[in-house]
Ligand binder design. Structure first.
Ligand code: G3P
Ligand code: CA
Length: 317
């Protein structure tokens, strides 16, 4: 079976059968196309010459029985296009959450240690209305506490251990308040604040002004209403819409609502989508990018920012 690739039609992972019992051939029919393999490979761990993140070939790539008959690898055609980004910004996802407990000052410091210039973190409200940095709706996964964040008072949350679940060397690490996160990050990197819930817009804007990051930071949310409420209070703030999936009108909606960025999972992006988004919003970012080949694919699509658990995946520029 042959797969033909050409600019404008990136090779989607779904196009490759999960199980291959016969030889397959992927042909590049454009000189600027390079193939990368990403993700998992064969069950027995052998994947022939297909190494994660390694440029494979200019020539048609033959996937044959030497690769095994249980290849489940995903393949991307990386197309070197005029809109390709020479530099991509790494945004540390919940801090450097690959190495340190997510959404803690330890994770922010770990990201700063590798010269990461943008750090994402999640914000919720405690029962007494303090904006705090935690991802989940409950305390259970990332602290030694139990129950809903929204039902716990800040002073009780503050006493919890938010580090031991990751590794015992992080024992005693605390859930930070938003204020503390801004203190840790603002002088060194761009805070990228994901609002998991709506918080009082004026309170947030005051806090951002006090830390002198109103025009530097990015505020993101999956909830467009949360961003719209902020836009009504400030025209300066950079607001990015998070979306789990592409919809044909999504970029145009961002433009209409004066959002400056669109952020989607890597798997939701494709070249045509990135091009369409680029016509409507200033910034396009991808998340769940933890692989060098996926970074390369983002660059080729013109996506400028990748949100990653391993911010050293990209050299600072
Ligand atoms: O950065 C985007 C990403 O943070 C959204 O997903 O679940 O990690 O907050 P989540
Ligand atoms: Ca997040």
């Amino acid at each position: 079976m042959d797969y033909l690739l050409w600019p404008g039609q990136p090779f989607r992972p779904q196009a490759l059968p999960k199980r291959q019992s016969m030889a397959h051939r992927v042909k590049c029919c454009h000189p600027l196309i390079r193939l990368f393999s990403v993700g998992e490979s064969s069950k027995n761990g052998k994947c022939g010459d297909l190494r994660k993140g390694v440029m494979l070939s200019d020539d048609p790539l033959r996937l044959d029985s030497s690769v095994g008959n249980s290849v489940v690898g995903r393949f991307f055609a990386v197309i070197t296009t005029p809109m390709a980004k020479a530099t991509i910004t790494a945004i540390a996802h919940r801090g450097a959450s690959g190495w340190a407990p997510e959404n803690t000052v330890a994770a922010f410091d770990a990201a700063l240690d590798v010269k990461c210039r943008a750090i994402e973190f999640d914000v919720r409200l405690s029962a007494d209305g303090v904006p705090i940095v935690i991802h989940d709706e409950t305390l259970d996964r990332t602290t030694n506490g139990r129950g809903r964040v929204a039902d716990a008072c800040w002073l009780d949350i503050r006493r919890l251990d938010a580090g031991s679940w990751k590794h015992r060397r992080f024992a005693g690490t605390r859930v930070p308040a938003l204020e503390e996160a801004l203190q840790a990050i603002s002088e060194h990197a761009r805070p990228v604040i994901e609002l998991k819930v709506r918080i009082d817009e004026r309170m947030l804007l005051d806090l951002l002004r006090r830390h002198d990051v109103l025009t530097q930071c990015v505020v993101m949310s999956f909830d467009a209403d949360v961003l719209e409420a902020l836009r009504r209070e400030s025209t300066e703030l950079r607001l990015f819409l998070l979306a789990e999936n592409w919809k044909p009108d999504i970029a145009e909606r961002c433009r209409r609502m004066s959002f400056s960025g669109l952020v989607m999972p890597f798997a939701a992006w494709a070249l045509d989508r990135a091009l369409a988004a680029g016509r409507s919003v200033e910034h396009t970012w991808a998340y769940q990018v933890n692989d060098a080949a996926e970074v390369a694919a983002c660059g080729a699509m013109g996506i400028e920012g990748v949100i990653t658990d391993y911010p050293d995946l990209i050299r600072p520029h």
